[in-house]
Design a protein. Structure first.
Length: 232
């Protein structure tokens, strides 16, 4: 996919908003955490696990909540204080911060999340690529985009820490291009597009969901111009 222009980002995100509707799960999560989750708090860990399940991570079984919560506590003890500060945006992250986020993602993706039934004995389940990226988005929405399997497959990302860093770099580049073509700062894109409740990295995910996961391409600008002229 070529780098996202402002028009493509705006078109896809506006349609995403109509299709997806209100994100009540994130509203509930913010109410519990006060807008900034602290995974040293068991209530915040439980809120994150509920949010992840509502965002499609169904392998995080409620029966395994205690185990997954403990894994989040241990992960937070090593990584939480090293994450970018809340409110620091993706376009402001240097190579060191991107590498740290990739490490945090990789550690969480490999963390134990529970079990599933096997033929002879239970099989251990990890948080995995999707849940780890979504958790980082929940913790640092201004810096981290979520992703899912169709988007990873489309871009040739294998779910590793290195591929997550690649996703961060791509999102940063596409946001920079969209902001430049619109003549605004990256932080101003959500309001300009009409998605003030979405962070800039979330806009990239919304764009990719419509084009990749749902297979809907925006019309070419030339086609829009023909429609406009025919209606004049």
């Amino acid at each position: 996919m070529t780098p996202t222009r402002y028009y493509e980002l705006a078109y896809c995100c506006r349609i995403f908003g109509v299709l997806a509707g209100e994100d009540s799960s994130s509203t509930d999560f913010r109410e519990v955490t006060g807008g900034t989750a602290d995974l040293r708090d068991p209530d915040h860990r439980d809120a994150l696990l509920r949010w992840l399940r509502r965002w499609g991570c169904r392998h995080l079984r409620r029966d395994d909540n205690a185990l997954a919560s403990e894994a989040l506590r241990e992960w937070a003890g090593e990584w939480q204080a090293r994450l970018p500060a809340p409110g620091v945006t993706l376009d402001r992250l240097d190579d060191g911060a991107l590498e740290l986020l990739a490490g945090a993602y990789g550690a969480l993706a490999e963390a134990a999340a529970g079990f599933r039934a096997g033929r002879l004995e239970p099989i251990a389940v990890r948080f995995g690529a999707t849940a780890a990226a979504k958790a980082l988005y929940a913790l640092r929405p201004d810096a981290c985009p979520p992703w899912d399997e169709p988007i990873r497959a489309h871009h040739g990302w294998d779910g590793s820490a290195a591929s997550y860093r690649g996703a961060l770099e791509r999102a940063s580049a596409e946001l920079a291009e969209a902001a430049a073509s619109a003549g605004v700062a990256v932080a101003d894109l959500p309001a300009l597009i009409g998605r003030p409740g979405s962070s800039p990295p979330r806009l990239v995910d919304e764009h990719d969901w419509l084009r990749v996961t749902r297979g809907h391409e925006p019309p070419a600008p030339e086609e829009l111009e023909r429609w406009w002229r025919s209606s004049a």
